[in-house]
Design a protein around this ligand. Sequence first.
Ligand SMILES: Cc1cc2nc3c(=O)[nH]c(=O)nc-3n(C[C@H](O)[C@H](O)[C@H](O)COP(=O)(O)O)c2cc1C
Length: 170
Amino acid sequence: MDFYEVLKKRKSYRGYDSSKNIPDDVLARIGNAVNLAPTACNRQPIRFLLVRDAALREKICSVYTQPWLKEAPAILVAMEDETQAWHRFEGESASVIDVAIAMEHFVLAAAAEGLGTCWICAFKRDEMDQALNIEKPWHTVAISPIGYAKADACRNTGRKPQDEIFQVIG
Ligand SMILES: Cc1cc2nc3c(=O)[nH]c(=O)nc-3n(C[C@H](O)[C@H](O)[C@H](O)COP(=O)(O)O)c2cc1C
């Protein structure tokens, strides 16, 4: 698929066909896309868990309780380790940026494979870590369902005018 078509196809999908599993070769290609993501100083302070196990998915759904998350056959958990990360000159860790870039590789690769995803950050990170036994220095940043989306699973979301967001100067 053309790259710009993939960008248009990527939307936040909030409804999944739970009877359709994702083939392993598709997951392997998506995993490779995640692994190609750049990180600051190439520190790679990131780890992504693709949870298919039903009991673990239930634990995730007890922290992020929107009912459509339960429909997904798999849920991605994206984590950072600030201790491995490059830190900005002001002292701030770049690991959330690193995770975000790799997460977007995941989301776009999934779209290219005909799969739906949805960035999710509206949960308490410590609660998610606890539910999944994620131990320090690792810390959950975001999660996303992945699966074959239902037909009516995405909203029409508008955007600000392009020249408000992206400006060419000179
Ligand atoms: C950092 C981030 C966090 C988000 N967290 C949530 C979330 O917790 N729950 C949710 O339903 N959508 C979440 N979204 C999805 C946004 O609402 C969505 O991307 C936005 O409305 C634009 O719609 P679109 O993705 O379909 O283009 C999140 C998106 C981003 C980038």
